[in-house]
Each structure stands twice: as structure tokens, then as C-alpha cells.
Design a protein around this ligand. Sequence first.
Ligand code: DU
Ligand code: SF4
Length: 236
Amino acid sequence: GSLAALDDHLVDCRACPRLVAWREEVAATRRAAFRDQTYWGRPVPGFGDPQAAVVVVGLAPAAHGANRTGRMFTGDRSGDFLFAAMHRTGFANQATSTAADDGLELRGIRVTAPVRCAPPANKPTPAERRRCAPYLARELELVGDGVRVAVALGAIGWQALLTTLDEQGWEVPRPRPRFAHGTEVTLRRARSEDPGPGTLTVLGCFHVSQQNTFTGRLTPRMLDDVLERARELAHG
Ligand code: DU
Ligand code: SF4
């Protein structure tokens, strides 16, 4: 198995009827500003370094963002905010992300999501989250033991990450740590005979949605601090 094979399988997924209908309806109707574009309208793969030490886990593709461009976080304000921060902190070769062929490359970092199809009102149901979980699990396995840091953008990414890492043999504290911006949870392997590195750190960060960035709940400085902390932990 490879990431390319996983993505080939993923982009044909139709397991969630409500999300399939929504992603395709949005792609067919489009937003006025993008009327002359062909929307992706399918599940969105992770993007970035295939051997990343840092994996950023968001929520789901945006209807007119990644559901349009086909690349995670690309083509909307969330992506503008996130990739600008990655550029400032040395993880991205450019600050902007407009289309899947815009030349953006990520080094040492990868962006993905626990739900791969755009949900109405950005709210996947619990059943949809459960159904999509194996794609994140498989992606983390394929990126492999080099992953040292997972950044959860928001509570849904946080929950998905802790569930997946628990299933993959990381010792997740009970009760489970709650999501908050700036929270840092360092996990060890549950069984010492497991191969691989000693620890993996999960960092909580407010999501880069306009709801947070326009209101100043998440500032560029706050996101830069999280990414710089991720780099420090990845090299530690
Ligand atoms: O074809 P490829 O080298 O696997 O790259 C696919 C895609 O991923 C390309 O748009 C660049 C991006 N990418 C990246 O952002 N960072 C990397 O380290 C490797 C690939
Ligand atoms: Fe498949 Fe995930 Fe999309 Fe559901 S959300 S249809 S499981 S890719």
C-alpha cells in the first residue's frame, strides 16, 4: 500500500449518501464567483510531505474551498490563513494556495482531515465521522513512524486523532484530555515491544475557520506559535 493507492481508493468513496449528495450538488450549482470553474466535488485526499513529522488535522473540506479545488484547505480563507502561517514558519514554499496546480509544496508537514467530503454547514454527523475514520487511520500508518506531532485544528480533529492514535497502540490518558487551544498531550506506546519512536505529541489549536480568524479568537501569531512548537517537538 502507498499514499497514492489510498488516495485512488478514497476519491471513489460514496459511503455517505448525505455527503455525496451535498458535495455533488454544490459542484453542480457552484458559487457565482466560480461559475466558470469545474468543481472537484469528490472526497479530498491529504496533501503535503509523504514523510511528514507534523500532521495537521482539520475538520472537512469546505464546500467552495477544497470541494472546488480538490486539494485540502485550498481555495478559501481558512487555507489562506493556514498556508500563510506555514510559509512564515518555514513549512511551505509559498504563502498562497489558490488551486491544485499552484506550485505549493509543504516540507515536513502534511494537511488532512477526519472527514473527506464537504458536509452541509460544516457539520458531519457522528455516523459520517465514524465511516470516514479509516482513511485518516490508514494515512497516518502510511506516513509512518516519522510522525512526531499531530496538530488538531478544533475539537472534531482532536477527537478523531485521539481515537485513531488509541487504536494504533498509543497510550491515550483516561479520562481523555479535552480539546483546548494550546493543549499539549504527549503519548507513549502502550506496549513497550512496539517498534517506532518513543512519543507522539498532540497539539490543540483553534480551527482556522473565518469564525475564529475574523473575530481574533485565533490570530496569526497564535497559529505561528503552534507551528513553531510543532517544529521544536518534531526535531526534539
Ligand atoms: O507527485 P508527488 O511528488 O507525490 O507530489 C504530489 C503533490 O504533493 C505535489 O502537488 C507536491 C506535493 N508535495 C508536497 O507538498 N510536499 C512534498 O514533500 C512532496 C509533495
Ligand atoms: Fe467516503 Fe469519507 Fe466521503 Fe463518507 S465522508 S463518502 S466515508 S470519503
